[in-house]
Design a protein around this ligand. Structure first.
Ligand SMILES: *[C@@H]1O[C@H](CO)[C@@H](O)[C@H](O)[C@H]1NC(C)=O
Length: 179
């Protein structure tokens, strides 16, 4: 019996972590560090290696920090990405502190605007997950029976206290509706 509130607490905090990590729009610093927008020193250091390890959702933003006197960020078509064609970008960013909102699912292509940099690997594909995928992730941790069976024991932590007061609030609302 004594282990029960703890289990409830753990499952609650896990839910909170999942909720915040999947529902809040996030800023992704490209490459994970400030000076990452440059010609990669090796294949394993490439920005696409970084992108493959990240999870991008609609509403998130990409953030680039770079020296605007020597570099820029071009958003391009897939074709221009492959051929490193900088002549007609969809969008060109040159302010050194570029923020691009990922407003749809699917791939986004970026290359460096500096001469010869894209050819040497300074390019990035970011694939944003679809809304369907996102909902699937958000719902999957929900079936947790522990969370809904309010234990009639003295609250042992902040989390259970919160749940208790939520129950009281709901009870009050139900009471008001019934009156
Ligand atoms: C780059 O793109 C422009 C516009 O689409 C095109 O006119 C040009 O031929 C392309 N250059 C190369 C080298 O493919």
């Amino acid at each position: 019996m004594a282990g029960f509130p703890r289990a409830a607490c753990i499952s609650l905090s896990l839910l909170c972590v999942l909720f915040f990590s999947f529902s809040e729009a996030r800023d992704h610093l490209v490459g994970g560090k400030t000076d990452a927008w440059k010609i990669p020193s090796s294949e394993s250091d490439s920005l696409n290696q970084w992108a493959e390890k990240s999870r991008f959702l609609i509403g998130d933003s990409l953030v680039w920090k770079y020296d605007s006197s020597i570099d820029s960020v071009l958003q391009v078509t897939k074709r221009d990405y492959v051929t490193c064609n900088t002549s007609s970008p969809i969008e060109a960013y040159k302010d050194g502190n570029t923020n691009v909102k990922l407003d749809r699912s699917g791939p986004f292509y970026f290359i460096s605007g500096s001469e010869g940099h894209c050819e040497k690997g300074q390019k990035l594909i970011v694939v944003v997950m679809s809304e369907k995928h996102r909902r699937f992730i958000a719902i999957s941790p929900a079936p947790s029976p522990v969370e809904f069976e309010g234990p009639a024991i003295a609250p042992a932590s902040g989390a259970t206290t919160l749940k208790g007061s939520l129950g009281v609030t709901l009870g009050v609302i139900v009471g008001v509706v019934l009156m």
